[in-house]
Every structure is written in structure tokens, then in C-alpha cells.
Design a protein. Structure first.
Length: 171
């Protein structure tokens, strides 16, 4: 959850593309689907490694290891995002509409591709987790104040209750 220091640290590069890594990715896909959400980063399950998973098309989960966003479009879009690690935190976040991503798969093979719209948003959201950045850092000042107020007042988490698949990122 938001107070967890792991969520505020920069995750470390993955160096061994072994069974443990693939097991972790599988575990994360399960956690993501159970939430339900459409993305998850390793620090959210307490593992400070540069691994994220997401699933835009049902039945086709993707795992990116050591991802880099090498190009981000100047064109941006504001959309509502929720985060499994930030209870009651559906807030507007501005993201690049298109990105080029370079990463490795769970076997260590290099991949590079372009993503846009929701896929680009999810990757940017999860990438932020690897950098220790949360949506409360990205949103407008007003929305941020409201979110922090709700957290202080102990409003129960709504993650998963929202129409998760339509907008946000872990979302
Ligand atoms: Zn998140």
C-alpha cells in the first residue's frame, strides 16, 4: 500500500532470466487478475525488480523485463487511473499517447515495440512503479489533495470495485 517504502524506491535491473523470474511473472499475472486490474509492477508484490506485467487483450498477458520508454509522443492525453497500491485513488493523469518501448522478455530476449492509447498508459503507469513514482505524484494538485485527504480519513479502498478494465492502469 501507499505507505510501503518499497513503492518509493527505484527497482533494480533484472540480471538472471531464470525460472524464478518466470514464476514471479506468473504470480504477478494472478495477482493482477484477482484484483482485478490490467497491470502490475513487481514492487507492488514487494519485489524490487524491474519487471511489469499487463493484460489489455484478455488471455494475452505480457511481461516486460528492464523496460525502457525510448520515445514518448509529445501528444498527451488525460485519463483516469486507479492503482492497486493507492486505495481510493482514481485520479486524472496525463500520459503520452504513444510510446516506443524497449525491454526483454522473461527469457532475456530483447523486444521493441510501439504502444498507444490504453496499452501506452498502462506501461507508463507500471514503469513509474519501477521508478518509485505513484499516480499521486502525477496528478493535478487538486486531485492529489483529495486523494491524500481520503487516505488520511481512512476511506476504504475501492480498487477492483471500479470499472477497472475501461480506464486506469493497475487500473
Ligand atoms: Zn499502480
Amino acid at each position: 500500500m501507499i505507505g510501503d517504502p518499497v513503492l518509493r524506491e527505484r527497482a533494480r535491473e533484472v540480471t538472471s532470466f531464470d525460472r524464478a523470474l518466470r514464476k514471479l511473472a506468473k504470480h504477478m499475472v494472478r495477482v493482477m487478475r484477482d484484483a482485478p486490474g490490467i497491470g502490475l509492477a513487481a514492487p507492488q508484490v514487494g519485489v524490487l525488480q524491474r519487471l511489469l506485467v499487463y493484460e489489455i487483450d484478455e488471455g494475452e498477458p505480457q511481461a516486460l523485463v528492464n523496460p525502457e520508454i525510448v520515445v514518448a509522443s509529445a501528444e498527451t492525453e488525460v485519463g483516469e487511473e486507479g492503482c492497486l497500491s493507492v486505495p481510493d485513488g482514481r485520479v486524472p493523469v496525463e500520459r503520452a499517447v504513444r510510446i516506443t518501448v524497449r525491454a526483454r522478455d522473461v527469457y532475456g530476449e530483447p523486444v521493441e515495440f510501439e504502444a498507444e492509447a490504453l496499452e501506452a498508459r498502462v506501461i507508463q503507469h507500471e514503469y513509474d512503479h519501477l521508478e518509485g513514482i505513484l499516480i499521486v505524484d502525477r496528478t493535478t494538485r487538486e486531485a492529489r489533495a483529495a486523494t491524500l485527504r481520503a487516505l488520511r480519513e481512512g476511506v476504504p479502498p475501492v480498487d477492483g470495485a471500479a470499472p477497472a478494465r475501461l480506464s486506469g492502469a493497475d487500473l
